[in-house]
Ligand binder design. Structure first.
Ligand code: ADP
Ligand code: TRP
Length: 340
């Protein structure tokens, strides 16, 4: 593929700053995001408006937003290859979300699993939580994204974005929006320490990518297991220690753990130590140092966010002009005159 064709594929994705980024985010999405920066034009953002549906503490929202951006940079996001910005720095997205909602039937929104799951977990069912997929559709469609790399839990939202693009194009009889496709990583669903999906909304389930070593050690060593002794055979397939190790270890290291479990000889304590050592090998050292530097120089992170937002706002402008035109709303030029 020539570099021109490569760059013509636009990847877009977002991550919510509603807690510290964890191994599920990394293996489900971020690892892919960083790899793709060499394959296409990549736009990644910190979805702070989405997080308002669960985080209502301004200091926490600012802190998590900074942390998410700093984590991406420490994990290898290269500002010369990809854009990294805050969702709220492109305010046209919220405008478009409203416009899309006016062509979207309630039935589609009511079928969203994530709304039902979140409410079942005790999150307050606000209008914002219900509207969440429309904002996400606007995020995706406004950039005319081709591909959206995410974890399994987001697939339905991307289907909904395609539906909304179709409704809009059909209603206004113009192909304004492209229909995006989702891209899954090799591990679209990473299990959490408490047995379900690893998720920021359940602190006990996560291993934060850049947690303090003492915290990570405590979390790993307290993973609950059955009471089988060292010599007893164990089933690795539903064992979170093994499943996490699978994400990090080489084939040889993995088969050492697997055989030890199946045949007996590998105790849970030793398996936890192997997992800890791998976590340190992959996310400790150079990456942790880089992450610490971000804390010392927060302006560097802010600079990346602002520079990217300025550039991506130029990308959204022509699409928004078309949207204003087809729905009959004054164009940006007219809106600008109001600021004079
Ligand atoms: P969380 O569910 O922890 O709040 P987000 O909703 O912000 O995380 O998700 C950011 C990205 O990480 C999305 O692409 C999502 O699909 C992915 N992701 C989140 N949790 C997991 C997981 N346990 N396994 C795989 N991917 C995940
Ligand atoms: N809802 C996504 C999540 O929780 C985050 C997100 C917001 C997103 N807007 C997006 C992901 C657009 C991909 C594309 O993971």
């Amino acid at each position: 593929m020539s570099s021109e064709t490569k760059k013509s594929i636009r990847y877009l994705s977002g991550v919510q700053p509603s807690g510290r980024l964890h191994l599920g985010n990394y293996f489900g999405a971020i690892q892919n995001h960083i790899r793709l920066q060499d394959e296409g034009e990549c736009l990644y953002f910190i979805a702070n408006y989405h997080s308002l549906t669960t985080v209502q503490d301004p200091e926490a929202l600012r802190r998590y937003t900074f942390m998410a951006a700093a984590d991406y940079l420490a994990l290898g996001l290269d500002r010369t290859k990809a854009f990294l910005f805050r969702q709220s720095d492109v305010p046209e997205v919220t405008e478009l979300a409203w416009i899309l909602s006016t062509v979207t039937g309630m039935g589609l929104m009511e079928r969203a699993h994530s709304f039902k799951d979140k409410v079942a977990r005790g999150i307050v069912p606000t209008l914002g939580l219900f509207f969440y997929p429309a904002l996400m559709a606007a995020d995706i469609l406004i950039y005319q994204s081709d591909k959206v790399p995410v974890g399994q839990d987001q697939i339905q939202h991307i289907e909904m974005a395609r539906d909304m693009a179709g409704y809009f194009n059909h209603t206004f009889k113009k192909e304004v929006f492209k229909l995006p496709e989702s891209v899954l990583s090799q591990t679209p669903k990473v299990m959490g320490l408490t047995g379900g999906k690893m998720s920021k909304s359940d602190e006990a389930s996560v291993i934060p990518i850049f947690g303090e070593p003492s915290e990570i050690k405590k979390k790993v060593m307290s993973i609950v297991t059955d009471s089988k002794g060292v010599a007893e055979p164990k089933d690795p397939d539903n064992n979170v220690i093994y499943l996490l190790y699978q994400l990090l270890a080489s084939a040889e290291e993995l088969s050492h753990m697997e055989n030890g479990f199946r045949q007996g000889g590998m105790g849970y304590g030793d398996a936890k130590k192997l997992l800890l050592a791998k976590l340190e090998e992959i996310f400790g050292g150079e990456k942790r140092e880089k992450r610490k530097k971000m804390d010392e120089k927060p302006d560097l992170v802010e600079d990346v966010l602002i520079e990217s937002a300025k550039k991506v706002r130029k990308i959204v402008a022509p699409t928004m002009e078309q949207v204003y035109e087809v729905v009959g709303i004054p164009s940006s030029q007219i809106k600008k005159r109001l600021l004079d």
